[in-house]
Design a protein around this ligand. Structure first.
Ligand code: SF4
Length: 281
């Protein structure tokens, strides 16, 4: 087998995830008990490393038995923050500043009397947090029907930070077609997501096969895999280099690699090294 391996620019950790990992690493270095409310990021391999370093993910406030708790980059519902601040537990907020901006947009629209519409996945932790800032908001996906609202409604739209820009535009178009009297739009999609998706599509267009590396529970990694498939190239979503099946490389001369915003560089390096070994380069 002889093939060339190309890695999409900007693959792997985004600024918000890198920041959360740095905050967590600093917290565990103090030697105190440290928990995170939910897994710090959506990557099982990184979570396992952090667990060994002393960071324990817990699902509920009741499971925290003292020390410090880290709020992950997705942010939390304000009620959860209030409950934590009422305890003796030290709260370290690693919410990504861009998620905070989306939360502020949701709060502004909600307090301004807008009917808030959020493009996103209703069960994603970031969206659950956003709903805390706009409790009556409706969560929609780009392919579903928009809520049936009267023409005089004042609509305020925002998005989960990792949504597709094309989906966001399509929701805006649908809302415009509905002729609402007022439509206010906050484009809260994160640039890190846009850059990764653009680079992945470009690379997918010039290779025979794509490998998308990242947690199966990572929304942005799953989106990367979807857009590579939509670009018409054979695409495999892997969590680690061990999952690579060499048989799928037969007959191919150009291999592309991209990785989600929660995938560390060491996992990308392992996959590239494995591919280079197989190619004898
Ligand atoms: S993808 Fe964007 S919004 Fe989400 S954590 Fe990374 S930088 Fe922040």
């Amino acid at each position: 087998m002889k093939f060339q391996v190309m890695v999409a620019p900007n693959s792997g950790f985004c600024f918000g995830v890198r920041r959360a990992i740095e905050i967590a690493s600093e917290a565990v270095a103090s030697g105190e008990k440290v928990s995170s409310l939910g897994p710090l990021i959506h990557n099982p391999q990184v979570i396992e490393r952090l667990r060994k370093a002393g960071l324990e993910p817990v699902e509920e406030i009741g499971a925290i038995t003292g020390g410090k708790v880290i709020i992950r980059s997705h942010g939390v519902h304000p009620e959860i923050m209030e409950r934590l601040l009422d305890t003796d537990i030290e709260v370290i907020d690693a919410t990504c500043p861009l998620v905070k901006k989306a939360q502020q947009a949701a709060a502004l629209l909600s307090s301004g009397g807008y009917t808030v519409v959020i493009l996103g996945e209703p069960n994603h932790p970031e969206v659950k947090g956003l709903l805390g800032h706009a409790p009556a908001a409706m969560v929609v996906d780009a392919n579903g029907d928009l809520p049936n609202l009267p023409r005089h409604a004042r609509i305020g739209l925002l998005a989960q930070t990792t949504q597709y820009p094309a989906d966001f535009r399509s929701v805006v178009e649908k809302l415009v077609k509905n002729d609402f009297e007022e439509l206010r739009v906050f484009n809260t999609i994160c640039n890190a997501t846009v850059i990764r998706q653009k680079a992945a599509v470009e690379l997918a267009g010039s290779v025979d096969i794509m490998f998308v590396l990242g947690g199966r529970n990572s929304a942005n990694t799953n989106h990367l895999a979807e857009i590579c498939r939509a670009a018409g190239v054979e695409t495999h979503h892997l969590e680690t280099a061990d999952e690579l099946d060499p048989a799928c490389l037969q007959g191919y001369s150009r291999v592309g690699v991209t990785a989600g915003a929660s995938t560390p560089e060491w996992l990308i390096d392992q996959l590239v090294k494995r591919l280079e070994e197989l190619s004898g380069t």
